[in-house]
Design a protein around this ligand. Structure first.
Ligand SMILES: [Zn+2]
Length: 376
């Protein structure tokens, strides 16, 4: 009898813990930085194609992630980087056989125009290789660079160079990066690479090497962590993106390049339902967006696109209590919530309205500069 009562008490305590955990809410301080905020950009009229195409992905970044970022970083009137962009659209993003989409099927959708099965990278639902955007742009003399705060073998960067039927074959994905046309790739993932076989690229393991090597080498793979980059160690997404941009500027003989930079760990912090960590990742992503927009606004040949693969955490923003936003996570996985796309620069209007994730590939391909580049 005593043991039955004991078991009953344990069950009640467990249910209480589950209830308290599942209903736990976060309190986030509302910021007040509007005095020095960056202002919205006006779309320039131009008919010339974009020679520089910059795609920035906030992994797991839903509309509510951006909203709480706005409240926290500067208050309700603050402009996030995406708020400065004149074109906004809504993305539909299911996978081949499910409403739920993971980063592999999602990145394959925009990088190849193909709707595939979760876990597949650069292959269709029958595991047939499909051409990706960096391979296609290379035929028009664009060179390509990738940045991620995850391992470079992670799903989002991988979909821009690899063709494999499982995102978990990371050694295979790493070897495909080494033989790809990607000219600069900066992120984590040392443990997946055979560092002895690096004849066709300069491999650097320390971000402090970035300055000299970026200026000097023809091809760079920067691996700054065993797996994902630790926030406390760095480098930041912004620092890597700046280096990749200056490399592409310097090394593109035709002035044409494609850069994909991912804030990978917005997703990871959201899986952990860790709002303070998510806001740190989002702030780095936001700094990267602003840096690229400032670069683009000084020229007329740069197209900047910002989007997300899916929403993570089912984040809902519930209320205000004095100086705080009250929010709640509803899952430790991806939700089915819609995500957004934002654009600025030549061709940006193509990304207004409803955009299926698979259409992004064709839109970039159509906009690309097809004129051949004659090098003296
Ligand atoms: Zn995820």
């Amino acid at each position: 009898m005593k043991s039955k009562i004991f078991i009953l008490i344990i069950v009640i305590i467990s249910l209480l813990c589950i209830y308290l955990f599942s209903s736990s809410k976060d309190k986030t301080l509302i910021g007040n930085q509007t005095s020095h905020q960056l202002m919205p950009l006006v779309q320039k009229e131009t008919t010339s194609p974009p020679k520089k195409i910059i795609l920035l992905i906030g992994d797991g970044m839903g509309i509510n992630h951006t909203t709480i970022g706005r409240f926290h970083l500067g208050g309700p009137n603050f402009n996030m980087g995406v708020d400065r962009m004149p074109i906004h659209g809504m993305v539909t993003n299911h996978s081949f056989n499910s409403l739920y989409i993971d980063s592999a099927a999602s990145a394959t959708a925009w990088a190849t125009g193909t709707r595939t099965i979760n876990g597949f990278i650069g292959v269709d639902h029958k595991k047939r290789n499909v051409t990706n955007i960096t391979e296609l742009l290379a035929t028009h003399d664009y060179i390509s660079g990738l940045v991620a705060t995850s391992s470079l073998t992670h799903a989002t960067p991988a979909a821009h160079y690899a063709h494999v039927d499982s995102r978990y074959k990371e050694e295979e994905i790493a070897s495909q990066l080494m033989t790809s046309d990607i000219r600069i790739a900066l992120g984590g993932g040392q443990e997946f690479f055979n560092l002895e076989e690096n004849e066709n690229a300069t491999i650097i393991l320390n971000p402090e090497q970035l300055e000299d090597k970026v200026l000097g080498s023809q091809r760079i793979i920067g691996l700054f962590a065993q797996d994902g980059i630790k926030r406390s160690v760095g480098p930041t997404q912004l620092a890597m993106s700046k280096s990749a941009l200056s490399f592409l500027e310097k090394n593109s003989e035709c002035g044409k390049y494609f850069l994909m930079s991912e804030g990978s760990q917005i997703d990871w912090a959201s899986h952990d339902n860790d709002l303070p960590a998510m806001l740190v990742e989002l702030a780095d992503f936001n700094d990267t967006v602003n840096y690229m927009l400032d670069f683009a606004s000084a020229r007329d040949d740069v197209l900047v696109i910002v989007s997300s693969d899916h929403e993570t955490g089912g984040l809902t923003l519930l209320d205000q209590e004095k100086d705080y936003v009250i929010s709640k996570w509803n899952t430790d996985s991806h939700s089915l919530n819609q995500v957004a796309i934002y654009a600025y620069g030549p061709g940006a209007s193509q990304f207004a309205g409803k955009v299926d994730q698979t259409e992004i590939f064709a839109k970039i391909a159509d906009l690309a500069d097809k004129t051949s580049c004659s090098i003296d």
